[in-house]
Design a protein around this ligand. Structure first.
Ligand code: TEU
Length: 535
């Protein structure tokens, strides 16, 4: 089994992880200070969200230099030190690779605007239509038009995200060569792979008008096209395979047939993929509007991906998603800890490489902001503007944004009960959740029954179980709020039963309990609220 299948990944969103120099931003020396905690959790890989120089139109996902470190996070020497310190603890590091777009402040874009012959075709430029209109009707992921006029060049450029994130032109072989240089640069520094941002939209096959859709109009012209498969194969065979590394792609609106192509080992493209299906069981209009959670639907989705792909990237949280305990758990309710533990049983008992997002292991909850003005997330701010256009009343807009905002996951990590949750001595860039005195690392480290200690136990349990690492996944049953599945290796199996609801449910199983999130020793026909058992 490849090493990246056995290990657990820990995602760090650097600006909110640990500030070491009192500027309110997390930084690399701060990460080094906390490495022992990640080791103690049992994670063996760290994924770092972008640390490259960036004007921060999208919190670092707009990169102005791929071969540097933004001074607010530290220096290249700090980065090398981090790789070394992690390695001492047997932890490997993967970087975020954001290559669909750069920042408009990247040197390439600056030269491209001036039509510098070397860079003129690095981006997707088109003249205005004869009537002055935009080149096509596409809209982007952040609810804006996908084209912006550039005065200097006298043309429009395409951006699927923010207007400060122009899309690179993958019809230009020079762009692919640049990406190879970036990969080599970091791999030579000892990086163990990449999380590849929106990787299935790189290649725009045509710039024809898109079919009518509310958001991302034009998607059918660039989602998982043949050109993208070709580029991924080229990067892999010419660079990545020469190193001991792996890739996890992040994909926009991918379906199973597309994912199968992207992850098929024989095609040599990606090693695994993040998709969103399983987090949208209770959402509609992408993720913005909520509906009831149905365990039956959830199990169907999990089953589809578990049985459809050889290997999955398993995650319940990241820097774009609400906190899972507030989403599928009981939030700050009386079952906060129990539901967080139940969700960890899910995460570590399905087949794939698990990704834990910073703070998930202590059950951090959604933020408790009270007003839009406290938000930073460009996506939330834009969706608010769009909803205003549709005359949606303020309280409803706030309700929806509160549930879906990416800032839910971006508040600083709650390390202890001191000022700013031990994250920083100074005012943090985004406020700390006011529940930090109740929910923090220091308290949970001392409490053997804490969520943190349960996570450690689950990670260890998975590491010791060949059934959980390799076994086949079979769904057993589900009703509105509870579900069960089995993992089987040869003649041995483990059955996992999870209750996602506030009420007890019938549980038709018998057998020896291997693990329980409420300390249960015997099954008696019912499962308590938010209970999880492995038998
Ligand atoms: O996100 C890609 C993506 O698909 C998002 O639009 C996603 O649908 C949305 O954020 C979910 O709320 C990646 C990064 O993870 C995100 O932080 C960046 O903003 C985005 O790419 C652009 O680089």
């Amino acid at each position: 089994m490849q090493w990246w299948k056995e290990k657990v990944v820990y995602q760090i969103y650097p600006r909110s992880f640990q500030d070491s120099n009192g500027d309110g931003f997390g930084d690399i020396p701060g990460i080094i200070l906390r490495l022992d905690k990640i080791k103690a959790l049992g994670a063996g890989i760290i994924w770092l969200s972008p640390l490259y120089p960036s004007p921060d139109a999208d919190n670092g996902y707009d990169i102005s230099n791929y071969l540097g470190i933004d001074p607010k996070y530290g220096t290249m020497e700090d980065m090398e030190n981090l790789i070394k310190e992690a390695s001492k603890r047997d932890i490997r590091i993967i970087m975020d690779l954001v290559i669909n777009h750069t920042s408009d402040e990247h040197e390439w874009f600056q030269k491209s605007r001036k039509r510098d012959p070397e860079y003129a075709d690095y981006y997707i430029w088109r003249p205005a239509k004869p009537d002055g209109g935009k080149p096509n009707n596409w809209t982007g992921f952040f609810m804006e038009d996908a084209w912006t006029w550039d005065e200097k060049r006298g043309e429009y450029y395409l951006h699927l995200f923010h207007r400060k994130q122009p899309d690179l032109n993958y019809h230009n072989p020079k762009v692919i060569e640049e990406v190879k240089k970036i990969l080599k640069f970091w791999l030579d520094k000892g990086i163990a792979g990449f999380r590849c941002d929106v990787i299935n939209v790189l290649y725009k096959e045509s710039l024809a008008d898109g079919k009518p859709r509310l958001v991302v109009r034009g998607l059918e012209h660039y989602k998982t096209r043949e050109g993208t498969h070709r580029i991924l194969n080229e990067l892999r065979t010419e660079v990545l395979e020469k190193y001991d590394c792996f890739t996890v792609g992040e994909s926009a609106m991918v379906d199973l047939p597309e994912a199968k192509l992207l992850c098929d080992a024989n095609r040599r493209e990606l090693d695994m993929l993040f998709y969103f299906d399983h987090l949208e069981v209770d959402r509609c209009v992408a993720k913005y509007i909520s509906k009831a959670f149905r365990a039956k639907k959830f199990l169907e989705i999990i089953t589809k991906w578990q049985q459809g792909l050889e290997w999955n990237a398993i995650y319940l949280e990241n820097h774009d998603q609400p906190r899972i305990v507030s989403h599928y758990g009981d939030g700050m309710g009386k079952y906060h800890a129990r539901s967080a533990k139940m969700l960890s049983v899910l995460e570590f008992t399905i087949k794939g490489t698990p990704y834990v997002y910073q703070g998930q292991e202590i059950g951090m909850t959604n933020f408790d902001f009270t007003d839009l003005s406290q938000l930073n997330d460009v996506e939330s701010l834009n969706i608010d503007k769009l909803m205003q256009k549709f005359k949606i009343p303020k309280n409803l807009r706030w309700k929806w944004i509160k549930e879906s905002s990416r800032d839910n996951a971006r508040t600083p990590v709650q390390w202890d009960a001191t000022n700013n949750g031990g994250f920083s001595d100074e005012k943090p860039w985004l406020p700390v959740n006011s529940n930090y005195k109740k929910i923090n690392y220091a308290i949970q480290e001392k409490d053997s029954e804490s969520i943190l200690n349960f996570y450690r136990k689950m990670i260890e349990f998975r590491a010791q179980s060949d059934i959980l690492l390799e076994g086949e996944f079979t769904p057993l049953w589900a009703n509105k709020k509870a579900l069960a599945y089995k993992r089987t290796l040869k003649e041995r199996s483990l059955t996992v039963i999870l209750n996602f609801g506030h009420r007890p449910v019938k549980c038709p199983h018998e057998g020896e309990i291997k693990l329980s999130n409420i300390g249960r020793v015997r099954l008696n026909g019912t499962l308590a609220p938010y209970e999880a058992v492995i038998i």
